[in-house]
Design a protein around this ligand. Structure first.
Ligand code: MSP
Length: 480
């Protein structure tokens, strides 16, 4: 039976066009999804948009549109962005999709019937941009700690979810699934906070109407996070295709930014437990990108749009840069010089030149079978890196191997010796690292595979390159 692999990104708020931050998560998830496809797993990769809530209703109103009209205009921008970045998702879920709305109602009813939802009054300091309440402890100056804007004092009748009841369940979950919260350094903080005790959280609002009404009290609109998190089960047809749901759930990895780790590692598994559904296997929170050391934000006006991101050397340069520049899990800083340097030095010089030299010589002199340069150690390391989601390290290993091939060609001088065996060894080495590199920069690797006539597959990785007639490669990366 083929193994399955289910991976997700957060669903993004379509209140504006996507930027570098959204691209980062989506590219990372795409790379991991492609890696698992390469391993012949049946992969399901879910991404999408989080369309309800007060924040969206507000931006739509400002734009003079209904919320639905507003999001309908923005969704194509997300889809175009992902296409430009060569993202191969299986479903683009929208929280306004009819099947998702049904799932939300069903789960709300289930959790209500289980006695985990009760009505009370809510009064607190609210940030509409976060769609979250803050306590005075988190916001001593009554300003949102993230957006720095004043918090609103909201009082409303609301339904609450009994999160407090799940404290022990959660602590037990973290203990028995040591990888559930990754990377490890994010785990301690969550565990400590959960140990301090959990407050029940409000799951409904009455101050606006843009959202999903509670099935047991239609005056109340479901809180946007309760609605949004459920996308991960509606995305694999929780209600409409039980076989599919059973095949893919629990998700293997929710890839998110560190800003939303609390929702994913505390609210979400508690909600699932209450509904009698297994928790996901892993939540991986990556770090945040700044632009020239400044936080990305609409107010700062420094959000890097997708067009800009791919303007340097195309999608592969963008994908490569974002995953190479900073350890996956840590914060990173984007600046033009860094992306241009990596494009020129690593993609154009190291990778591009190797392909160009070897393919040019192979066209002229041909190949003759010889003992391959071993890539077993590389394959082992990259596999481990992917298991640990250390994507930057996988790239590092692959580029170390490329350096070794560059040294090999320099030492053996096949342009002088015309040694066809050396050319074969080089071409075979190129095959091996290209297959491993293909989840990261699929377009370029596709071209290399065509030049040297091999497939980007596991079988091809495990068998020596067949001799064929080789034509000189086009230039893969033009220097900037
Ligand atoms: N709609 C919620 C998520 C619901 S998931 C059930 C949301 N949306 S968001 O549009 O604000 O996207 C947040 C996510 O975008 C982050 O978790 C992260 O994946 C990505 N990023 C947004 N800005 C980012 C950076 N500056 N750097 C890195 N990633 C960032 O929260």
């Amino acid at each position: 039976m083929t193994e399955k692999y289910y991976i997700t990104t957060p669903i993004y708020y379509p209140n504006d066009v996507p930027h570098l931050g959204h691209a980062y998560t989506t590219i990372a998830a795409d790379v991991i999804a492609r890696w698992n496809s390469l391993l012949k797993k049946e992969v399901f990769f879910l991404t999408g948009t989080d369309e309800h809530g007060k924040k969206l209703a507000r931006v739509a109103e400002k734009a003079g549109l209904s919320p639905k009209q507003f999001v309908d205009e923005l969704i194509p921008k997300f889809k175009e962005a992902w296409e430009k970045l060569n993202i191969k998702y299986n479903r683009f879920i929208r929280t306004t999709d009819a099947d998702h709305e049904k799932v939300v109602k069903e789960i709300l009813q289930k959790v209500y019937d289980n006695g985990d939802i009760y009505k009370s009054d809510y009064e607190g300091l609210y940030c509409t941009d976060c769609e979250a309440y803050y306590t005075e402890k988190d916001a001593p100056d009554f300003a949102c700690p993230i957006h720095k804007r004043p918090l609103e004092n909201l009082k409303e009748e609301s339904y609450f979810f009994k999160l407090s009841k799940y404290q022990n369940y959660l602590l037990e979950l973290y203990k028995s699934n040591p990888d559930f919260i990754s990377p490890i350094h994010r785990k301690k903080e969550i565990i400590n906070r959960v140990k301090e005790g959990l407050n029940d959280f409000s799951i409904s609002r009455t101050s606006f109407t843009w959202g999903i009404p509670l099935p047991f009290d239609k005056k109340h609109i479901c809180y946007v996070w309760f609605d949004a998190l459920l996308n991960y089960i509606s995305g694999v047809d929780y209600l409409t295709d039980k076989t599919k749901f059973r095949k893919f759930w629990p998700a293997n990895a929710h890839i998110i930014g560190k800003d939303i780790i609390w929702f994913h590692t505390v609210y979400w598994p508690a909600m699932l437990k209450s509904a009698g559904i297994e928790p996901p296997k892993k939540v991986f929170a990556h770090g945040f990108w700044t632009v020239r050391s400044e936080k990305i934000g609409k107010t700062a006006g420094n959000a890097i749009k997708i067009e800009q991101l791919i303007s340097y050397g195309g999608a592969d340069t963008a994908r490569y840069f974002l995953l190479r520049q900073t350890p996956f899990g840590d914060d990173g800083d984007f600046d033009e010089k860094a992306i241009v340097d990596r494009h020129n030095n690593e993609l154009a010089n190291k990778l591009g030149n190797l392909i160009s030299r070897v393919s040019t010589l192979a066209e002229k002199y041909g190949l003759e079978k010889a003992k391959p340069i071993s890539s077993a150690a590389l394959i082992k390391k990259v596999t481990k890196n992917f298991n640990d989601l250390e994507l930057d390290k996988a790239l590092n290993e692959i580029f170390t191997f490329i350096d070794e091939l560059n040294e090999f060609i320099q030492n053996k001088k096949p342009w002088a010796t015309l040694d066809k065996k050396v050319l074969y060894q080089l071409a075979n080495g190129i095959k091996d690292f290209t297959i491993l590199l293909s989840p990261f920069i699929p377009e370029t690797c596709g071209k290399i595979a065509q030049t040297f006539n091999f497939e980007l597959s596991l079988e091809s990785l495990n068998s020596p390159l067949e001799i064929s007639e080789i034509k000189k490669s086009e230039i893969l990366f033009k220097k900037i």
